[in-house]
Ligand binder design. Structure first.
Ligand code: NAD
Length: 304
């Protein structure tokens, strides 16, 4: 049965994140090609890795592969785990001043003793492709155009690209971190949803979720959301990536019990993850364009 792009209606409307990602990679590729012709140089993303565990190594390689896929270039800058705040700030300032650098990602979490909030202001917000600079967080919270964290943007892109109505809908976000839950809430508000944000202190999470027409799970709690919490016909987007000791990956949503009740659901893996990588490349193209043009194109404010 055919449905909106990325939705396989025969598999309980499982949303195919890889298909949506391919669509977004294609758009990013076109934008990168255009910039190459216009600027005569190849847009470049730098990934700052301070110390770093195996998972962040996997993530870095995925970003490099994504850059390759869209015709951009990428490089991992590996820094020692005992780096001082001052040195990290200086590195970010250097990358901000380097006109050959289009986008910068700081791999999080930083090692103990280094707090991203103490260094991030050294980064040019127009190069902050993963939306962690407070300037971008401010723009996004005002409903203006700026870089939202790529996972949050991916959740929204999935809803839009699969044709899920958002305006006026009741949405519940589980999680309020500055990298996923909070920006998802703000992006949904920009699209005129009515949004409830839940977190660890929320009383009766199940009751909140039973009201939701759109559920965005970003708790980092494997299998937290079960089918008996879901309003029939709700759309469920699972941002969770929970890696077990055996190395298997699970989302925050219990797919077997939720899929038969939801109208559409993203699996883990193969849902939000691939779209996040593709969104990052779209952000790289937009970062290079914003640097060329001296700012973001649109200063639209959110309706009150
Ligand atoms: P975090 O630990 O910073 O925040 C988790 C949030 O969820 C907190 O606000 C917490 O209060 C809430 N929460 C946790 N358990 C809860 C529970 N049982 N009930 C209600 N609320 C609960 O995590 P984060 O960085 O926001 O990441 C969330 C998840 O998203 C993780 O699984 C992470 O791996 C994943 N993630 C995915 C991507 C991606 O590219 N797909 C990117 C970033 C994060």
């Amino acid at each position: 049965m055919s449905g909106p792009a990325g939705v396989d209606a025969d598999a309980h409307s499982l949303i195919d994140g890889r298909a949506l990602a391919a669509q977004i990679f294609g758009e990013a590729s076109d934008e990168i090609d255009e910039l190459k012709r216009d600027l005569g140089s190849v847009p470049t993303i730098k990934i700052l890795r301070v110390g770093g565990d195996a998972a962040s190594g996997v993530y870095s390689r995925r970003i490099l592969k994504s850059a390759h896929r869209v015709g951009a270039s990428g490089e991992v800058i590996q820094l020692p785990a005992d780096l001082q705040v001052k040195a990290l700030r200086a590195t970010l300032r250097g990358l901000s001043d380097d006109t050959a650098v289009g986008g910068v990602i700081v791999q999080l979490p930083l090692p103990v003793g280094l707090d991203v909030r103490h260094v991030i202001e050294a980064l040019d917000p127009l190069k902050d492709v993963d939306g962690i600079h407070p300037f971008n967080a401010g723009l996004v919270s005002r409903g203006s155009i700026g870089f939202a964290p790529s996972c949050a943007e991916a959740a929204l892109q999935i809803l839009r690209r699969t044709g899920v109505p958002i305006a006026g809908r009741q949405a519940v976000v589980i999680g309020r971190s500055s990298v996923v839950g909070r920006p998802v809430q703000q992006l949904l508000l920009r699209e005129d949803a009515t949004v409830t944000v839940c977190h660890r202190q929320t009383r009766d999470l199940a009751r909140q979720i039973r009201e939701a027409e759109i559920v965005i799970a970003a708790a980092g709690a494997p299998g937290l959301v079960t089918g008996d919490w879901i309003k029939p016909g709700a759309v469920v987007i699972d941002c969770g990536i929970n890696v077990s000791s055996s190395g298997s990956v699970r989302g925050d949503v219990d797919l077997p019990s939720v899929a038969p009740i939801a109208a559409a659901i993203t699996p883990v893996p193969g849902g939000v993850g691939p779209v996040t990588n593709a969104v990052l490349m779209l952000h790289l193209a937009r970062a290079v364009r914003a640097q060329r043009d001296g700012g973001f194109p649109d200063a639209r404010e959110m309706a009150s």
